[in-house]
Design a protein around this ligand. Structure first.
Ligand SMILES: NC(=O)c1ccc[n+]([C@@H]2O[C@H](COP(=O)([O-])OP(=O)(O)OC[C@H]3O[C@@H](n4cnc5c(N)ncnc54)[C@H](OP(=O)(O)O)[C@@H]3O)[C@@H](O)[C@H]2O)c1
Length: 346
């Protein structure tokens, strides 16, 4: 049973997206998975657009340092004066301790204006990381562990530098937490939806073909609930920050790096499809800059093609609303075991 009628956006795939012109002067931007692909190109945009500090969160130190040098070299002509503006920080989302150490370091920043949680993997072979299936660990558990650990840092930045901004003001100049989603969530059999525990179901090796899409769907549900909670907690004296989910479109990156192990028909389909209509990483990365400056109007919402969009109708259905609560409760339980008290950060 498919959750979806498939969503095909071939037209927007091949049309150019608006070239980012926003100004990020003074801001600190953190992007995970920034050594290659969409993360690298987004980081390059933020440096060009005057961010005071751009932190590349990278699993591999050598690749991360190479990315830093690459950004500094290509931005030189645009007037980059202080190469220290780009920093490479190691983080491995397959390790909860690594994520925690990374966030502890980030908590010492003077300010943190934009977090783009971009690091992710697409695979079909089963392997474990931290006792969970590795794609679930990286794309869901560690992504949200990091998000909740960084929320107080974004909030503190909001209180210090953006005191006048609020959902009522509807401006775009406010700290943003951007979670990278995917339209793959339109194409999944969400096989765990009726399982007594969805997180336990995805700890195992069921339906690895749709695993990536399922992780993006779970993350989307969780994002929507956290966004709701962020607004509700204002009554407890907590300030709000913008949380949104961005789909970059199908892009020619290293995301398909494991495709040799895929069923041949699917491999052929994606190879031809991405070859014909795949965006360059730079084009796709424009969606990140748009999401990071979309403002309050994007809170809790889904963006694609550099504008507000809608997720699959199932996500917004009555059944989806129930699943959203269930997923939230289950994932919070997992996160609380990894970092007791983390729920209070929302
Ligand atoms: N490309 C597309 O068509 C497309 C479409 C929709 C959504 N997305 C999403 O866009 C995001 C970026 O993907 P991409 O297309 O740019 O793919 P990519 O070129 O493969 O880049 C993925 C990045 O994530 C990093 N990463 C993977 N596992 C990690 C871990 N355990 N810890 C830290 N970093 C890790 C990778 O680091 P290493 O290089 O060291 O492995 C790399 O920097 C992903 O979340 C993906 O799901 C992509």
């Amino acid at each position: 049973m498919y959750v979806t009628p498939p969503k095909l956006s071939f037209t927007t795939q091949v049309l150019p997206l608006p070239y980012p012109k926003e100004d990020f002067t003074g801001k600190t931007v953190l992007i995970t998975g920034a050594n290659t692909g969409l993360g690298l190109e987004a980081a390059r945009h933020f440096v060009r657009l005057n961010a005071r500090k751009v932190i590349l969160g990278c699993r591999d130190v050598e690749k991360g340092n190479a990315a830093k040098r690459d950004i500094e070299a290509t931005n030189h002509v645009d007037g980059i004066k202080d190469p220290a503006r780009v920093e490479m920080w190691q983080v491995d989302l397959a390790s909860f301790d690594s994520v925690k150490a990374f966030c502890e370091r980030a908590a010492k920043l003077e300010r943190l204006d934009i977090v783009i949680e971009n690091a992710g993997i697409l695979g079909m072979t089963y392997a474990e990381a931290e006792g969970y299936e590795r794609i679930t660990t990286v794309n869901v558990i560690s992504t949200w562990l990091m998000a909740l650990l960084l929320l107080p840092v974004l909030r503190a930045t909001k209180d210090k530098f953006y005191a006048g901004s609020s959902p009522e003001s509807q401006d775009s100049d406010v700290p943003h937490l951007v979670i990278v989603g995917s339209n793959a969530h339109f194409y999944t059999i969400f096989d765990g939806r009726d399982a007594p525990s969805i997180m336990e179901h995805y700890r195992g090796d069921s339906d690895m073909f749709h695993r990536y899409a399922n992780t993006k769907l779970i993350s989307l549900f969780f994002a929507r609930e956290v966004a709701t909670q962020i607004l509700e907690r204002k009554s407890r004296g907590k300030s709000e920050v913008v949380l949104n989910v961005v789909e970059p479109g199908s892009c020619k990156t290293q995301l398909l790096r494991e495709k040799e192990s895929w069923p041949w028909a699917y491999k052929a389909f994606v190879t031809v499809g991405f070859g014909l209509v795949g965006r360059t990483a730079e084009m796709g990365s424009r969606t990140y800059v748009a999401a990071a400056s979309a403002g309050w109007k994007s809170h809790g919402l889904y963006l694609e093609d550099c504008k507000l969009s809608t997720p699959h109708e199932f996500v917004e259905s009555a059944e989806g609303a129930k699943l959203q609560k269930k997923i939230y409760g289950e994932l919070i339980e997992v996160l609380e075991k990894i970092s007791p008290g983390v729920t209070e950060n929302i």
